[in-house]
Every structure is written in C-alpha cells, then in structure tokens.
Ligand binder design. Sequence first.
Ligand code: MN
Length: 318
Amino acid sequence: MERPLLQPEGVLKPGPKSMVGDGFSVYHLFPGQQLPMQRTDPFLMLDYNPPWRIEPSNQPKGVDVHPHRGFETVTLVYSGEVAHADSAGNHGIVGPGEVQWMHAASGVLHKEYQSEAFTASGGVFHMAQLWVNLPAQRKMDPPSYGSIHRDQIQHLTMAGGHLELVAGMLGQNAEGTWFCLPSQEEFSESTFPKSAVGPATVCSPLWLFHWIQNQEGPGVFELVVPEGVTVLALVVEGVLGGELEGVDQGHLVVYHRNPNGGETLVRLEAHAGAKVLWMLGQPLNEPIAAYGPFVMNTKAQIQEAFEDYQNGRFGVLN
Ligand code: MN
C-alpha cells in the first residue's frame, strides 16, 4: 500500500540556554512564538538539557518546591540521576535510560533535584522534560507518580538499530513496516508479528519512544502514523542525514499534520550512533488556558488553581 510521505514543516534550532532552578540548563524548545501549545497538542512544553558537566559537591542542584495542575510531567534521563519528591508522598530516583512520569492532574507540590549520589560523584548531566496535556475530564484526577525503570522499557530490534518504547503501542508487519497502533485496536500476531506496549499509563492516544541507530552505519526509520497526529522528533545524540543532513543535537523536527486524511508515512535518515526522541499524539483539540505551572481549559479554572495553591490545597512538601 502506497502511503503519502509526511513532510517536515520545519526544524526548530535550539536558542540560548536558560536555567531552571540551578540544576537544569536547558534549550526551551516549546511553547514559543514559532511553536505555540496548540501546534504541539497534546504536548505542552519541551525543555532539553544537553550534556552538561557537573563537578562533585555535597549540594544537589535542582528546582525547589513548586506546584503543577492539569497535566503530566515526563522526565527522560540520558546521563546522571534525577530525584523527585512530591506532596502526595511519592519519591523516586531515575538514572540513564529511565523516565519519571508524573500525573500531576488535580495538583501536587514537587521538587526535582540531581540525586545525592550523582551530586557526590559529579559527571555528565543530560536529560529532557516533556509536559503532556490531560483531557478535560482527567485534569482533576487524583495525582499519581511513576518511575519507569530500564527493565520496563520495551526494546524492539530493527535492521541497523532498535527502538526503546516508553508509551503507546508499536507494531511491525510482515513486510517490516512499523505502525503506531491505538492500543485498544484489535490486531493479530499474523498482521503484526512484532509489537509492544510501552510501560507508561497514558490518558489519550500518544506514542513516546527513542530510535537508536547503531554505530556500524547510517540508517532509515519509517513509521506509519494515524491521521491528524502531531509528530515531533528531537535529536538527542548524533546527526540526521538525507534531506535533513547535518541537523544535530538539540534540534526539533516538526512534521506537518497530514491535512488530507488517512495514514501517512514518516521517514527519517540518520548517521551511525544517532538517537532520536519521537513524540506523537492525537491532538486533544480542547481549549488551553495556561499560566506558569497550571494548564487548564478556562481562565476561571486557572484562578481556582491559584486560590487552591494559596490556600494550601496542594498539600505540604518540605
Ligand atoms: Mn516541576
């Protein structure tokens, strides 16, 4: 079956770095003038912290207590360790290749720091944080938190490389073509001999995974995506090839959203050793009212979030 190729709409260059607290030195990729939240729906924000050498110390760097309501924060660690603690009583530490998935929902206070062990040893700190919006009916869910460890991430081998699946379902048909599958979809092992579901609990259809091209040579990744999804690809390691020759670490490829209906094929070439974070999601298409750490649907709900925060209804965290 011949599917139209989904073309990149553009490549966002990393701008100047900014500090988040004293522990995260990031390229703030979106939202921004070029890429408003409506364009990246259901994703709200992406900060990318490229490799940064941290000297050993006894004072962990990070962001002190702050609130969130109405969405999820997803922290992907490539090098170093991130520690989390929140007012719902959750805490966890994730290291290289691991992910924190915090369902802030109705609201938590939390703090995010480089771990004590990493702080003591020092080393290279490299991570990304993605904010994922929640559908209106899930924004006031009780908060929850998950650490996704290395052995939970689904590894899918492919010619010349592999995929590391964090969220959503991917399947490969007998011809070797990869598909984003809605996880509720009926599928048979004869249609998709290879498939996997990521360990993250998601509240709307989305797919989050890394494509890693091995060190032996360049490669091509192709994926069939459903109609109308948002498709974003962040270069985490290495360099892209083909039409995007030379695009490297910290650049975000933004694809068109298939205006003509039906499935499309996304195709990306990369040089040996490249690592790309793929973020795909069905837009929620709901109103967005965002102010700082609160993302709701109306201004009145933002006002309510401030009042609840000021009145201590997000709990206590020291
Ligand atoms: Mn936070």
